[in-house]
Write a protein that binds this ligand. Sequence first.
Ligand SMILES: Nc1ncnc2c1ncn2[C@@H]1O[C@H](COP(=O)(O)OP(=O)(O)OP(=O)(O)O)[C@@H](O)[C@H]1O
Ligand SMILES: [Mg+2]
Length: 300
Amino acid sequence: MEDQAEKLREIMGRKKEPDESPQVTGQSRGREARKARIITVTSGKGGVGKTNVSVNMALAYARLGKKVVVMDADLGLANVNVMLNIIPKYNLYHVIRKQKTMREILLETDYGISIVAGASGFSQIANLSDEERQNFINELETLSNADIIIIDTSAGVSRSVLDFIAAADDAVIITTPEPTAITDAYGIIKIIASEYEGLNMGLKLVVNRVKTAADAKKVADRMTNIAGQFLNLKVDYLGFIYDDAVVSQAVLRQKPFMVIDPKCKASLCVQHIVDRMEKSEIRETAGFGNMLKRLFGRPS
Ligand SMILES: Nc1ncnc2c1ncn2[C@@H]1O[C@H](COP(=O)(O)OP(=O)(O)OP(=O)(O)O)[C@@H](O)[C@H]1O
Ligand SMILES: [Mg+2]
């Protein structure tokens, strides 16, 4: 087991060098020391805006000159490709089943970002076997020449969502101001807290579909306070996105809202969120390091 873990660490190029400081900022992090920043976007309740946030954050990153891949890890109901009006021939299913490599299924879009299509209607995949999981990690590594990998997950907690969260440098939790969405977001934060004790990842909150910044702040304060008080967990409030009619129009037209109207309220919010993300710390032991620790670092 240890050999395997060591080999994976080498593949990932993530072995800690003696001169590496434990935490560096997104701006100053050396490209050789670390590769792609992995951001997993998740939520407790469904339909709160994960796919819209994932795709449009990717566009905002691309505007900053970053090379971005959006991976649709909703293994039951894939929809990143639908949102972009792309009909993929192959998807994550083929990768996990070793029929294709990640690079073979990677699709360029017209928007300067690449996507990995999800595996629609394949619910068994929700729980990957150890071998499939390991194959998936190896394949994920082949994308690491990207600057940013955004993983759009399904709502709620399944083994695979937890694995995708484990692979992340940052877990971005989306909620709306609705009490049900808030309760479910807290639920997922609680599970992350118990699953990943000792793991080092940035937990970040985005409040979507708000009427005012003050409404969003209220939701965020409540959430971050409860997480701090009851779970001893630091959740960073990353920002909010206004409820904006352009979003549903964009979904209907199968184009990102950042493309339909880069200056609409929702687009400006997403750009702001990405700016904040860029300024936030990346924890040196997060990401693949977390994944390895989860897979090999403790008894199952
Ligand atoms: N900021 C917003 N303003 C207005 N409408 C929004 C906003 N964000 C999301 N929506 C609406 O919510 C719908 C669901 O969004 P989206 O598909 O991104 O959610 P999701 O969390 O990915 O859903 P699922 O859990 O099914 O994967 C969109 O089609 C859009 O109509
Ligand atoms: Mg979705």
